[in-house]
Design a protein. Structure first.
Length: 129
């Protein structure tokens, strides 16, 4: 069982995430590349929430192929192209994770490879061998 680290002597997290996560010895790690909000049909929805759902659906598929799920995610890194996308991204993320929460970083970036993309999400999971 993983252990989360949320020291009482630092500022509490701003959202449902952990400041740190300890992965127990002997766990298998899965590193998911950054996923963009483009469906298998090559369509890119115009809004952040829909793109974030696609990103997380892709991550779920990668984890499923490894025999894991969101309960195994220990770290999420997300990037959005503007402050106006923060709330929509977080609303999607917050429906997918329960305590113990993964460590998480959210950054605003100037853009992605194609201008229609507004969010990219990567994840690290740890689970049984």
């Amino acid at each position: 069982m993983r252990v989360t680290l949320d020291p009482a002597d630092i500022h509490p997290s701003f959202a449902p995430y952990s400041h740190g996560v300890v992965v127990p010895a002997g766990q298998r790690l899965v590193f998911c590349s950054g996923q963009l909000g483009i469906g298998a049909d090559r369509l890119v929805p115009p809004d952040c929430a829909s793109q974030a759902e696609i990103c997380f659906d892709n991550i779920a598929a990668i984890l499923r192929e490894a025999g894991m799920g969101f309960e195994h995610v220990v770290r999420v890194n997300a990037y959005v192209s503007g402050r106006e996308h923060l709330a929509d991204y977080m609303a999607v993320r917050n429906t997918l994770f329960a305590a113990p929460f993964p460590a998480s970083t959210l950054m605003i970036v100037s853009g992605f490879a194609r201008p229609e993309f507004v969010v990219e999400i990567e994840a690290i999971a740890a689970g049984p061998v």
